[in-house]
Design a protein around this ligand. Structure first.
Ligand code: IMP
Ligand code: MG
Length: 176
């Protein structure tokens, strides 16, 4: 077990709350009362997903997609696999993919290609955090971005370090 001190607050709980509301307001404005299918990318997006959802006004169908890209490493392996698949067909649906963080972008690119095969009417993407410096996936489009952050490894608000610290109410940086 590595030892680490309490993570330093990087994005506070109140700042997250404000920004998540702003993203939801944008989605509300764009979709109106049209039904959407919101896809939560497990596990990192669970907290962002549920907070965002509670600020959406349209009918929302919730789906969960388990993706694993990191193992217990803190850098991208580029290896992505589906660990839990969707329950319902997406044909004709308006899909919004809810991601915790886009780092290299390889995971989200893979997800978009995978979901396109299921013939939804539209696909948009939301990511709470985006590290532009780490981006490797060419042409990746993120429709709703919470915060652009530098290339730091962050934890909390769903994000883990080796499966730990997902339950922190803020986004923190570990000082090892
Ligand atoms: P990507 O494929 O490199 O964009 O990585 C995306 C996935 O890696 C995210 O969904 C996270 O699960 C994980 N990840 C990337 N950066 C971080 C981080 O700073 N903290 C925790 N998890 C991260
Ligand atoms: Mg993850």
């Amino acid at each position: 077990m590595p030892s680490y001190s309490e993570p330093k607050v990087y994005i506070s709980e109140p700042d997250l709350k404000v920004r998540v509301r702003e993203l939801a307001a944008k989605i509300n404005a764009e979709y109106g009362m049209q039904e959407i299918t919101a896809i939560c990318i497990l596990k990192g997006s669970i907290v962002f997903f549920t907070d965002l959802l509670r600020n959406l006004k349209m009918p929302v169908v919730c789906e969960f997609l388990g993706m694993s890209s990191y193992g217990n490493h803190t850098t991208s392996t580029g290896e992505v696999k589906v660990t839990l698949d969707l329950n319902e067909p997406l044909i004709g649906k308006h899909v919004i993919v809810i991601e915790d963080i886009v780092d290299t972008g390889l995971t989200l690119s893979y997800i978009i290609d995978y979901l396109k095969m299921k013939k939804p009417s539209s696909i948009k993407t939301a990511a709470l955090l985006f590290k532009p410096e780490a981006l490797k996936a060419q042409g990746l489009k993120i429709d709703y971005i919470g915060f652009e952050i530098p290339n730091h490894f962050v934890v909390g608000y769903g994000l883990d370090y080796a499966e730990k610290m997902r339950a922190l109410p803020y986004i923190g940086i570990i000082e090892q």
